[in-house]
Write a protein that binds this ligand. Structure first.
Ligand code: ADP
Ligand code: MG
Length: 559
């Protein structure tokens, strides 16, 4: 009796498959990178699990990835001897998408292939990319340490369902057989496959083995390693080409686009570690999901320990991708230990500086690219002043604002730009916060600044008022909310202005008293102002009171 079962893909998988096959067609060769990347992850996981239980190696600890092809049958086969999958693993991993927010993400896709291919890239297609070139995919797998009979055979045409049945497998690990589409024959070719391995997977940590092409008729087939097989970050910087850095990024970040920048450093001395950090060009779809995975890939003495080690960077730098390989941590290190380890604390503060420096360098080297970074991740960086008091001056230098100077909503003015344009005698950096750019821009509080030609930064993101609560000064200049307290325009105010205001206060004393009485408890004080040129009156918040925007947020939260 057959124990074959047929199951349906999760709806999201069906949608993804459909979109991917159509929109990634011009990138189709990346399927090999994705499958090798998974094989490499599986070897990493086995090596980690075997630290505790080396019987998992089942007597064969040499880890490698094989690629075979059959021109006649039009197949490509990728075999690893990594951790393998149980029946349950297979159903979960190759039938669903575990990332939360996937359904919403897929709804955003437009059907416009060019646009969607970018979006899908940021989602990371992984295993399912096999269906770009194959019309049938088989997976044979058996978990390391399990009995041969616990093997699983998975099969699908990528059309909405898959079948699964037990199979006996002597060797642990996973084998993926791609039955290529009739018009994808080009991939069942040794030279083509070799060049793809070199191009995309040269510096994964494990050997990728193929049968040598030169084998003569009748001669026994010889194997050869086709990639370099040394982990990229262990190489000296001057031996790594930009292309290789970029490909390695795609391997670890599950991203299709090139990174904006990277920083590769070997540190020796009190601390002993290597880090390779990347700035992505595009925000992942779940950047604002608090539960979304973040953090670095952690290795200890070149042994993979875990993905998403979030203890090595502050939250506001969570867009950073990369690898940290430490020689100081123990191979037994766990997430709990990482949380309270002083070595980790020291590495964290060093890596924080590295990322901030990488950003400052990008500003100098390529302001346009930095602007691109800001548009994607600026909102996250704005959490910096509150989270990382020690680096707030550095973070502040990286912030970008809308401003009355440009009069546009685009956030592209730096504090240095602002300071460079300050008026003679102006001592403070002026800003206004509001719910929207339009509301801020038309605020009566800006009248006097317009008249005097003093620039005001316009802040209208939800996080802005909160952020400004943590920024007191930059480059020795204080920040001043134009809607708060007494306006100190510095020496830009002439003696005459001041005199005029004093006189007006005297002349209109009676009127001020009457308004004060009428408004009673609702205001603290009514006074004559030099703030306005056209509007008759405006509201001002006390120096230490909660700002209007913050008040609304608190009210909305029921406080
Ligand atoms: P990702 O690699 O981003 O997790 P994939 O779609 O590439 O996503 O793979 C989904 C999951 O399937 C992996 O997380 C892993 O658990 C499992 N998987 C895929 N390929 C293999 C393999 N060769 N060996 C073991 N597990 C695998
Ligand atoms: Mg993958």
């Amino acid at each position: 009796e057959s124990q074959k079962e047929t199951l349906g893909f999760q709806t999201e998988v069906k949608q993804l498959l459909h979109l991917m096959i159509h929109s990634l067609y011009s990138n189709k060769e990346i399927f090999l990178r994705e499958l090798i990347s998974n094989a490499s992850d599986a070897e990493d996981k086995l090596r980690f699990a075997a630290l505790k239980d080396d019987s998992l190696y089942e007597g064969s600890p040499d880890l490698n990835i094989r690629i075979d092809f059959d021109e006649e049958a039009n197949t490509v086969t990728i075999t690893d001897n990594g951790i393998g999958m149980s029946r349950e693993d297979v159903i979960n991993n190759l039938g669903t998408i575990a990332k939360s927010g996937t359904a919403d993400f897929l709804k955003q896709l437009s059907g416009d292939e060019k646009k969607d291919s970018k979006l899908i890239g940021q989602f990371g297609v992984g295993f399912y990319s096999a269906f770009i070139v194959a019309d049938r995919v088989e997976v044979f797998t058996r978990k390391a340490g399990a009995a041969a009979e616990e093997g699983i055979h998975w099969e699908s045409k990528g059309d909405g369902e898959f079948s699964i049945e037990p199979v006996s497998r002597e060797s642990r690990g996973t084998q993926i057989v791609l039955h290529l589409k009739a018009d994808e024959k080009e991939f069942a070719n040794g030279w083509r496959l070799r060049s793809l391995v070199k191009k995309y997977s040269d510096h994964i940590s494990f050997p990728v083995v193929m049968t040598a092409e030169s084998t003569e008729e009748g001669e026994e087939a010889k194997d050869e390693t086709v990639n370099d097989a040394t982990a990229l970050w262990t190489l000296p910087r001057n031996e790594v080409k930009d292309e290789e850095y970029k490909e390695f990024y795609k391997h670890i970040a599950h991203d299709f686009e090139d990174p904006l920048s990277w920083s590769h450093n070997k540190v020796e001395g009190k601390l002993d570690y290597t880090s390779l950090l990347y700035l992505p060009a595009r925000a992942p779809f779940d950047l604002y999901n608090r539960e979304a995975p973040r953090g670095l890939k952690l290795y200890v003495q070149r042994v993979f320990i875990m993905d998403d080690a979030e203890q090595f960077l502050p939250l506001y730098l969570r867009f950073t991708k990369g690898v940290i390989d430490s020689n100081d941590l123990s191979l037994n290190v766990s997430r709990e230990i990482l949380q309270s380890d002083s070595t980790v604390e020291s590495i964290k503060s060093a890596l924080t500086k590295r990322v901030l420096d990488m950003l400052s360098k990008l500003v100098k080297k390529d302001p346009e690219q930095y602007q691109k970074f800001w548009d994607e991740f600026g909102q996250v960086l704005k959490e910096g002043p509150a989270e990382d008091f020690g680096n707030r001056e550095k973070v502040a230098g990286l912030l970008r604002f809308a401003s009355t100077h440009t009069g546009e909503a685009a956030q592209n003015v730096s504090l240095d730009d602002y300071i460079g344009r300050m008026k003679d005698g102006q001592k403070k950096i002026f800003f206004i916060t509001a719910d929207s750019f339009v509301a801020a821009k038309s605020s009566p509080h800006l009248e006097v600044f317009r008249k005097k030609g003093i620039e005001v930064l316009i802040l209208s993101d939800r996080i802005d008022e909160w952020m400004m609560g943590y920024l007191n000064e930059y480059d020795g200049k204080q920040f001043q909310d134009v809607a708060r307290g007494e306006l100190d325009l510095g020496d830009t105010e002439s003696e005459e202005d001041k005199k005029q205001q004093e006189e007006a206060t005297k002349t209109h004393k009676e009127l001020l008293d009457r308004i004060q009485k009428a408004l009673a408890e609702r205001v603290q004080e009514v006074r004559v102002t030099n703030r306005l040129t056209d509007s008759p009156a405006c509201l001002v918040v006390g120096d230490h009171d909660m700002g209007a925007q913050m008040k609304k947020i608190m009210e909305a939260a029921g406080q």
